[in-house]
Ligand binder design. Structure first.
Ligand code: SF4
Length: 314
């Protein structure tokens, strides 16, 4: 068969069919993404018992992709949940220059969900107190936290939901390890530092790239997060870059590190408060998962050689 015949015999797919197929594929992928987000958020809520019957969940909405995704998925899950809980969305307008104050009220009114906009000029306080050129984030966050706790009380919220996702948790884990000498991440559920509130992170199992894609699919009216003029934390930026590079070079590595956060073996770390090494006694019982489990790993150190005979010692 010559080239001309092959071209003539080839099935003709017109542009309309092609674009219908493309649209179908996009719709399929978007639906898959929505299902995955619902599944992962539902799983995190169940695993950590984040939401209970009768809860009033205050969803903190910054106007960024993650908090929009959180609110959207929680609303979907509430319709399907076997328990009753309320949602109230809260945005703190910190009076940053050019903050588009009308976007969130318009969006939330359209959703028909109860919401509250708290107006507090923390921007001026931070600018007044912090020296020019110094990082403002820590005071800003402290002020924001205090205000949100007060608002939660005023609204009668029993849970405060934040939009941190899997990658935020991992970045914090590495930041604490590299710069704070601590094995400490960002908990999926915790008692607030004032001891009076329960903070939850229902996106704990969700990848950042999924919230990014979801925000694009849903066309959320994103409010830029750099209105205060503060630079992104350089160390966090480095960690983010490192994780992206790992994910590209070694697919699955980041997932594996994240899983490791749920599988901690205190007896194989060095925290003497976490594991009572001083009270460790021989009990004569073989441990199937003891140290020998790693002896045959390819990354195990080479056998020790006797310096004279150059023969392995064991
Ligand atoms: S980036 Fe700006 S708004 Fe965000 S915590 Fe830092 S100072 Fe506050």
């Amino acid at each position: 068969m010559n080239q001309t015949t092959a071209t003539i015999d080839a099935p003709v797919v017109d542009a309309a069919t092609k674009s219908a197929k493309t649209m179908e594929k996009i719709a399929y992928e978007n639906n898959k993404l929505h299902k995955r987000l619902c599944r992962q958020v539902g799983q995190a809520i169940g695993d950590f018992n984040m939401i209970e019957e009768g809860d009033k969940v205050m969803v903190c909405l910054s106007g960024g992709k993650d908090s929009y995704a959180l609110l959207d998925i929680l609303m979907t899950l509430r319709e399907r949940a076997p328990i009753n809980f309320e949602i109230v969305a809260v945005n703190l307008d910190q009076k940053q220059p050019n903050f588009p104050a009308d976007i969130l009220p318009a969006y939330l009114s359209k959703l028909g969900i109860p919401f509250h906009i708290e107006n507090q000029d923390t921007y001026s306080i931070v600018k007044r107190v912090i020296e020019e050129g110094k990082t403002t984030c820590s005071l800003c966050s402290r002020l924001r936290r205090g205000i949100l706790y007060r608002v939660a009380d005023e609204l009668g919220a029993t849970k405060i939901a934040l939009g941190h996702h899997r990658d935020d948790i991992l970045e914090t884990f590495f930041l604490n390890m590299f710069f704070g000498a601590k094995i400490k991440g960002m908990p999926a559920k915790l008692q607030s530092d004032d001891g009076k509130h329960m903070v939850i992170r229902p996106l704990a199992y969700v990848k950042e790239e999924d919230t990014e894609r979801y925000a694009a699919v849903k066309n959320f009216p994103i409010i830029p997060c750099d209105l205060c003029g503060s630079q992104e934390n350089l160390q966090r930026k480095q960690i983010k870059g490192l994780m992206r590079e790992w994910e590209k070079k070694f697919p699955g590595r980041v997932e594996s590190i994240f899983s490791a956060l749920s599988t901690v073996v205190p007896s194989h770390l060095m925290d003497r408060d976490l594991f009572k090494f001083s009270e460790l006694k021989i009990d004569g019982q073989a441990k199937a998962e003891g140290d020998i489990a790693f002896d045959d790993e390819p990354c195990a150190p080479p056998p020790v050689f006797n310096a004279i005979n150059i023969t392995p010692l064991n």
